[in-house]
Ligand binder design. Structure first.
Ligand code: NA7
Length: 877
């Protein structure tokens, strides 16, 4: 063992490791970890391959390297004295200045004494019997390898620290100088008079190209994908920013609870809600502001709506065309293949105008790919006919990193029962909160995958992780525990939550390193958490407040009993969460506080703001004869309907028998028609309180009779009639399935989406979900009060669960996890089966009562809705 003192075992039973904690990395994260661990009395040792502190800022010494978050934001907050002791000379400090800052902090807190430099961790193995990690080290200078055991093992290895291998043919053949931006020589490079190639046009290239061009006699930039870049407008720190920082009482706290780790005013408008000129002016302002958040943060839908995003992308393209004089070069520099912001935006100082210089040129690898790197340069061409040879004295690889997971899996990490982390993550990382991963007890990651990390101000995210990890170690020690590991359920759900969030955005459309798409063979998966620093931090706080929900804790010496607190921290689907948050911010009055007339106007106005739903082949409106006079219907013919009569679905809208109309579930009906290939006729019915029970039920019955009589006229097959409904409409549809058994048209199927099936409202789901999920217990009570007298509520026509359920048409029943009606829906499916009737039950995890109907507005219920329609369609043939 090298460098680490050995401790004597203190107890016969417990293996005492060499140190409490091994930290990998002495960058911004590793240093703060070491400080905190020391303050808490843990014996910790850090290792770093570099010969000094700094991490990213140690390695990335290429010309022009700077932070792309303003230095006022990108600095430690844990030592308030630093704010007086250190003044940034520039708005975006250069790498040397940031490195000096990190070194200053290391000196001030005497952190180097616990760090072993020039030492790489090669592998780490967990031993279940002793509950320790054994970590093997390797000296950079070829010295003796070593071994160190520890209880806790923390990867503070950074998100962009493992440079991508130069995956270009012939890369090893070049005889000139080769530089990698992420491993730049410490003494700098003088390119004066040299012919230089830069491969790549990411942030590193965009920062360095103008400075390399200042020296080189010839500079050729090889571009595979153009990037969007905004001018940094660098200079002294902005006075307004300094003032906000100095005057705001809780600037740091604001940053911690902001979306990206930087206090910003959040946009309230979508890009398409304003006219072209207003939008252009807003983008000009963002262009002048010069931060990576300014442009994509100008409107609230730029990461969600492709058309909105296109307005911002177009704006930047117009700027590129205005700056770059040669039109062909300008076009080649204009990104067109991904939404703006979904690859990391760059900040530059004169990048685009560099291409106006005589000795600088661009090779567009999309039309002219690299054939090979040769001994003296680079050969390009799409075929043997159009080969071009370039001669260079130096090649700069600005080809990026194996981001977020690379530095972690490059160490051979073996968890419980020899499970390899590399193998576990082969199809994409799986973590709980980006902090830990199941089967790897006591292994922590700072800003790991599935945490906000690279989508945030790293300084803020690093501090939050370091504090969470060290607080957790303190808590374990207090409780007599020394082993912690996430449960598989918690991890699976977090991965799902992360993917669901990303799926709502445009991020998945780009081949970016955020998606792992820049490294050949790497699994395509969303690497950072897209929900924001604030939401993420709250999840971490909530996990602890819920007694480490989703974790198993244990004691290797049996001092304390094992605690397994299995569960899911964010079970509600993210788009549902966002929608509920938006509604709560609007401070809308509860529907049940309104009169029925007001409530109808309110729900109609809300429905008018919903997305229109998919196109269908035909929509016609008409009237039918209800139980007491004419009522409206709307008929939908599906797209791509083949020849011959189609099945027909008689559909009944929701709204608690009080609200809604034949057109209020329009988007849902369109989707159902297309997906099932059936004609859908959505019927209006009389509403309460003007018409109380059984008016709606009688109208529904009349609608079904009418359908049977007019099936051929409606373009459908009279032998294939089905009923469907949502909520109270599902209650009506269910009733028709009972009633038509003996004296009505035979039904082939029924689809009941989150149905009302009983009046008691005493189920567990009413207790758990009675508040906060749109359909509340009190709203449901309001519906019942308006529709049915107490004495009528047990009537099996409306309390379907109390009916004879034998011999009814096969049912597809959908329930939602966070719906007060969930349990009565489940009970109804079971009761149908018990009565010998066929029933398929689909459960929509993470969804609320209204989710399934929100076609186009919510993404996450789509899969269950499609499944329900497919199951229903199979019954219609
Ligand atoms: P990036 O942003 O990953 O950029 C790497 C660039 O290199 C990018 O333009 C790549 O094109 C290009 N590249 C990568 N491999 C090749 C090959 N084989 N051939 C041609 N071109 C290639 O890394 P950076 O170091 O610039 O920036 C990383 C982050 O650091 C940055 O976002 C800031 O957050 C700080 P591609 O786009 O993959 O087609």
């Amino acid at each position: 063992m090298t460098d680490v003192h050995t401790r004597e075992a203190q107890s016969g039973e417990q293996t005492v490791p060499d140190v409490d904690v091994v930290v990998v990395g002495a960058g911004v994260a590793g240093l703060y970890l070491m400080k905190r661990l020391r303050d808490q009395g843990f014996d910790a040792r850090a290792f770093d391959a570099a010969d000094d502190v700094g991490g990213t800022w140690y390695w990335n010494r290429y010309p022009g390297a700077r932070c792309d978050v303003e230095s006022i934001d990108y600095q430690y907050s844990w030592d308030p004295e630093l704010e007086d002791e250190w003044t940034w000379s520039e708005r975006y400090a250069t790498q040397p200045e940031i490195l000096r800052y990190v070194e200053y902090v290391a000196d001030k807190h005497d952190l180097r004494r616990d760090i072993t430099f020039e030492t790489r961790i090669v592998d780490a193995r967990w031993d279940d019997a002793s509950s320790t990690w054994t970590v093997r080290t390797e000296r950079i200078d070829g010295g003796e390898p070593g071994t160190v055991t520890c209880r806790w093992y923390v990867m503070a290895t950074g998100c962009l620290s493992a440079p991508k291998d130069p995956d270009i043919e012939g890369a090893e053949a070049f005889e000139g100088e080769v530089y990698i931006t992420g491993r730049w020589p410490h003494d700098g490079v003088d390119f004066t008079g040299q012919r230089v190639a830069v491969i790549g046009t990411g942030s590193s290239a965009i920062q360095s190209i103008p400075l390399i061009a200042d020296q080189a006699s010839e500079l050729v930039v090889f571009q595979r994908t153009p990037n969007f870049s905004l001018p940094a407008h660098n200079g002294p720190p902005r006075p307004e920013k300094v003032a906000r920082f100095e005057q705001a009482e809780n600037y740091r706290e604001e940053a911690r609870w902001s979306g990206a780790g930087v206090p910003r005013d959040m946009p309230e408008l979508g890009a398409l809600m304003v006219d072209d000129e207003t939008r252009r002016q807003r983008y000009e302002q963002a262009w002048e502001e010069g931060t990576i958040f300014s442009l994509t943060g100008a409107y609230n839908d730029l990461f969600l709506n492709p058309d909105a995003n296109e307005t911002a992308a177009d704006f930047v393209r117009s700027k590129i065309r205005a700056i770059v004089e040669d039109p062909t070069t300008a076009e080649a520099l204009c990104p067109t293949t991904y939404p703006i912001g979904t690859k990391r935006l760059c900040l530059d100082s004169g990048y685009y105008s560099t291409f106006n210089r005589e000795h600088v040129s661009l090779v567009d690898l999309r039309t002219e790919p690299i054939r090979t790197i040769t001994a003296d340069g680079i050969e390009t061409g799409s075929d043997a006919e159009n080969v071009r040879s370039f001669e260079f004295d130096a090649i700069v690889f600005a080809t990026g990193f194996d981001a977020m997971t690379g530095a972690i899996v490059r160490v051979d990490i073996e968890g419980r029962n020899g499970v390899s982390l590399r193998e576990k993550w082969a199809d994409g990382p799986q973590t709980y909160l980006g902090l830990m991963t199941a089967e790897f007890p006591n292994l922590f990651m700072v800003t790991g995958p599935q945490s906000p990390s690279v989508l945030s101000n790293m300084a803020v995210s690093i501090e939050q992780h370091v504090e969470w990890i060290t607080d957790t170690l303190g808590r374990l020690r207090d409780d007599g525990h020394d082993v912690i590991e996430p449960t598989e359920l918690a991890e699976r759900a977090w991965v799902q939550h992360t993917n669901d969030f990303a799926g709502m955005t445009l991020f998945t459309q780009a081949n970016s390193w955020y998606m792992g798409a820049n490294v050949p063979g790497k699994a395509r998966a969303v690497l950072p958490y897209i929900g924001g620093v604030d939401r993420y931090r709250q999840a971490c706080v909530d996990v602890v407040a819920a007694d480490y929900l989703g974790f198993r804790r244990d004691s290797s010496s049996d001092v304390a009993a094992e605690v397994v607190n299995d569960g899911i921290i964010r079970p509600l689907a993210p788009d549902v969460t966002v929608m509920l948050e938006m509604m709560s911010e609007m401070g809308l009055p509860p529907v049940e506080s309104m009169s029925p007339v007001e409530a109808r106007a309110f729900t109609e106005a809300s429905a008018a703001m919903s997305p229109p739903g998919p196109d269908v082949a035909e929509v016609t409106d008409g009237t039918y004869l209800g139980a007491d006079g004419a009522l409206a219907f709307r008929r939908y013919v599906p797209l791509g309907a083949g020849a011959g009569p189609l099945p027909l679905i008689a559909y009944f809208h929701g709204g608690g028998w009080v609200l809604g109309s034949a057109t209020s579930d329009d988007a849902f009906c369109r989707d159902m028609s297309n997906r099932t290939g059936a004609i859908v006729v959505s019927f209006d019915y009389r509403h309460a309180p003007e018409h109380r029970f059984p008016a709606a039920h009688e109208d529904a019955w009349a609608a079904l009779q009418w359908v049977a009589d007019h099936a051929v006229e409606l373009g459908s097959d009279p032998t294939r009639i089905a009923v469907a409904g949502w909520s109270a409409g599902a209650n009506l549809a269910g009733h028709l399935a009972h009633r038509s058994r003996e004296n009505g048209p035979g039904l082939v199927a029924q689809l009941l989406v989150t149905p009302v099936t009983d009046h008691e409202m005493a189920t567990r789901s009413f207790v758990d979900n009675g508040e906060g999920y749109i359909l509340t217990a009190s709203l449901m009570r309001w519906f019942w009060d308006h529709y049915a007298d107490e004495a009528d509520r047990s009537d099996p026509r409306v309390s379907l669960l109390r009916a004879d359920l034998s011999g009814v048409a096969p049912a597809v029943i959908v329930t939602a996890e966070f719906d007060p009606l969930r349990d009565e829906g489940v009970a109804y499916a079971n009761a149908l089966r018990d009565a010998g009737s066929a029933a398929t039950h689909l459960s929509a995890g993470g969804q609320i009562h209204t989710s399934l109907k929100a076609v186009g507005a919510l993404l996450t219920p789509t899969a269950v809705r499609e499944q329900a329609f497919d199951d229903f369609a199979r019954l219609l043939v």
